[in-house]
Design a protein around this ligand. Structure first.
Ligand SMILES: NC(=O)c1ccc[n+]([C@@H]2O[C@H](COP(=O)([O-])OP(=O)(O)OC[C@H]3O[C@@H](n4cnc5c(N)ncnc54)[C@H](O)[C@@H]3O)[C@@H](O)[C@H]2O)c1
Ligand SMILES: [Zn+2]
Length: 406
């Protein structure tokens, strides 16, 4: 039997093969990848009997399992006892990797340190999803590391700031800053799921709550007039307490913001279309954010950009004076800035040129058309930018003077 097999192989090795005379010089490879992940709003995620987190980790509680948990230092200090109780009840052994979650830490060194933790944890490639708990900075870093490690491993996002819960934590973008360039290195990499628990917001300081409100105002201005009205009416209640408690009107604001964001992201997840309504407030702000001194949070820089965009829309008669003032007043009344000492015409012009590169050669600047709708502009001039900036500075001065008189 063995001999006849060897003889057959020798025979076929000596056989003369006629060539097909193929002269192929061109191949196209085409494939599609389906993306599906859940965004789950779930109050009391860390309550011991709440199975949502355990289920998302693929854990039933019967067998002992270990998971790498990358967590923001501040969140670890505040919540590690609750987390430890939860993990022990569900038989999960956490391997903690604690990192700092501030904008200055959104750098490659942190990505590498998370990758090192992944190696050290000896993760199974497919079934031991990394759990990321923190604000937008931490989620961007961990998502980036997860997309690089073994060319992609599963991870779960648990955003703990308002910015994270209504924006940074629910899309598929990851990234870090490079020199003065915001999010210059990054990937598109969906998580297994994003678990949103507003209870985390209880401990977020007011400046960071307001920071998140900026992105909610953005959604209102570009697509949801009712959300805009709700924000106007609740303007004095948009605090950590309200967002973390069961306030019906604040809950409505919260879930409209998430729905609005996802409606915009889902049909354009990889940004095939560069006309993105959610880029509203993100044309001039990326250049301002990393250069601002005194420093600005992301949402604050977005607010200043939105104010300029309102000025631009007003000049083009896309909105009325009354609408422009309503929009500016909402931004101001929630406690966001509309100007900054570094937001000069030169910076604005440089920022627009950088955005043109990011948007592949066209301005594609989203502006509000009425409140609650958006159009894209490609022919903004420096004169218009200058006039809009003057209008915003003038408007702010007028308010300051009124305040001093009263
Ligand atoms: N990937 C995206 O699609 C996307 C979208 C929007 C924003 N972002 C990014 O998100 C970042 C901003 O996110 P952020 O505002 O969450 O900032 P952040 O991650 O720096 O968090 C803000 C601060 O809050 C602390 N913190 C986090 N959770 C807390 C809690 N529950 N209680 C108390 N303190 C808490 C953090 O330690 C940090 O000091 C920016 O870098 C921005 O570029 C990304
Ligand atoms: Zn943003």
């Amino acid at each position: 039997m063995m001999n006849s097999l060897i003889n057959h192989h020798i025979k076929s090795a000596n056989e003369i093969i006629s060539l097909d005379k193929r002269k192929d010089t061109y191949w196209r490879v085409q494939a599609r990848q389906e993306v599906s992940y859940e965004v789950i709003l779930n109050r009391g995620l860390l309550e011991p009997m709440n199975s949502t987190l355990a289920n998302t980790c693929g854990v039933s509680g019967v067998k002992k399992e270990q998971r790498l948990v990358v967590i923001d230092k501040v969140v670890f200090d505040l919540y590690h006892e609750k987390l430890n109780t939860y993990f022990s009840i569900w038989n999960i052994t956490p391997i903690w990797k604690i990192i700092s979650g501030n904008e200055v830490c959104k750098i490659m060194d942190q990505v590498i340190s998370v990758v090192d933790a992944m190696i050290e944890a000896g993760l199974l490639r497919r079934t031991q999803a990394v759990i990321a708990i923190g604000g937008g900075v931490l989620l961007d870093i961990v998502g980036f590391a997860a997309s690089l490690y073994r060319r992609g491993i599963p991870y779960i996002r648990i955003p703990t700031t308002l910015m994270g819960q209504i924006d940074a934590g629910i899309g598929i973008k990851t990234g870090i800053n490079h020199e003065y360039h915001k999010n210059r290195l990054g990937t598109y990499f969906p998580p297994v799921a994003a678990l949103i628990d507003p209870m985390f917001l209880k401990t977020v300081d007011e400046r960071h709550i307001t920071n998140g409100v900026a992105e909610i105002i953005k959604i209102a201005l570009i697509k949801d007039y009712k959300l805009f009205q709700l924000l106007e009416q609740e303007v004095n209640k948009l605090d950590a307490h309200a967002f973390s408690s069961n306030n019906l009107r604040i809950n409505e604001i919260f879930s409209r913001a998430i729905s609005g964001m996802l409606e915009e992201l889902e049909p354009n997840l990889w940004e095939a279309t560069l006309e993105r309504a959610v880029d509203y407030g993100h044309t001039f702000s990326p250049s301002l954010e990393l250069r601002a001194n005194p420093p600005l949070l992301h949402g604050e820089a977005v607010a200043i950009d939105m104010a300029l965009s309102i000025g631009l829309a007003l000049q083009r008669n896309l909105i009325t004076v009354a609408e422009a003032e309503r929009a500016l007043n909402l931004i101001i009344n929630v406690g966001l800035p509309i100007t900054h000492i570094n937001f000069t015409l030169d910076l604005i012009d440089t920022a627009l040129n950088d955005s043109i590169k990011h948007r592949n050669g066209l301005q594609r600047v989203p502006l509000t058309a009425r409140i609650g709708d958006v159009i894209f502009i490609n022919d903004l001039t420096k004169n218009e930018l200058s006039a809009a900036l003057n209008y915003i500075n003038f408007y702010e001065n007028k308010l300051v003077q009124q305040y001093q008189v009263s």
